[in-house]
Design a protein around this ligand. Structure first.
Ligand SMILES: *Cc1c(COP(=O)(O)O)cnc(C)c1O
Length: 230
């Protein structure tokens, strides 16, 4: 077995043990393998142990891999910043978009989603650190964006995503993730019934994220090793 496949099996075991430790339903957390900067061959190795969900940040690089691997039954998630001239390719080639943070992008994805395909799963990216430089809507702006996106019939408002400022303090990690869970719970109360997913947690903080309700953890380094500069 390759190292990559072995790493994936180890992380799956860790996820399962955290589900148990924090009273989560077994198999309620999806492992998203973040394959940015990694080759198609490494993705193939990951697939040998059943990994189907892959996350990419850079459109051009992603499209090459999607084309190369089109014989494999993979689910592609876009997790990077979105420029409006990229929405057509995103709508045509991805199954999930985690990083929608403004209505203009959502409207374009909705118009450009091919009619033969199922609604595109969309997560709204929330900026919990309130750093002006980071992408994501604030918690204040979130209800309005959710309202607008929920009306777009070629999109499915499936949940929320966040990338917190890095912290090595477990309790601080948890309290940040808890804010996203509470925001999700409020949206569900308001009737956004499909908005149940929480994409939160990376290699350094996925235990805290699972403790607070993550349904998708995005893991790169722990699967593929340290990334070299792009
Ligand atoms: C790169 C990246 C990840 C993976 O981070 P690791 O620390 O390598 O696990 C997760 N989410 C996003 C949005 C990323 O850009």
């Amino acid at each position: 077995m390759s190292n990559i496949a072995e790493n994936i099996q180890n992380i799956r075991q860790q996820i399962a043990s955290f589900e148990q430790k924090y009273d989560r339903v077994p198999d309620s957390v999806l492992l998203l393998a973040v394959s940015k900067t990694q080759t198609a061959d490494k993705i193939r190795q990951a697939h040998t142990c059943g990994q189907q969900d892959f996350g990419e940040n850079y459109l051009r690089e992603a499209l090459e891999k999607i084309t190369t691997l089109n014989q494999l039954p993979l689910n592609w998630h876009f997790i990077g910043p979105i420029q409006s001239n990229k929405t057509k390719a995103l709508a045509e080639n991805f199954d999930w978009i985690h990083s929608v943070d403004r209505f203009k992008i959502a409207r374009r994805l909705n118009e450009q989603r091919p009619s033969g395909q199922p609604p595109l799963n969309v997560l709204l990216q929330v900026n919990l650190s309130n750093e002006a430089s980071k992408s994501g809507v604030t918690l204040m702006q979130l209800p309005e964006l959710a309202e607008q996106v929920s009306k777009l019939s070629s999109l499915k408002l499936s949940g929320l995503m966040t990338i917190p400022a890095p912290s090595t303090n477990f309790e601080q990690q948890r309290s940040t993730f808890r804010q996203l869970t509470e925001a999700r719970n409020k949206l569900i109360e308001q009737g956004f019934n499909d908005c149940r997913h929480l994409s939160m947690g990376m290699s350094g903080d996925f235990e805290a994220a699972i403790a607070e309700g993550a349904t998708i953890v995005r893991i790169g380094t722990n699967i593929f090793g340290a990334r070299t500069a792009r």
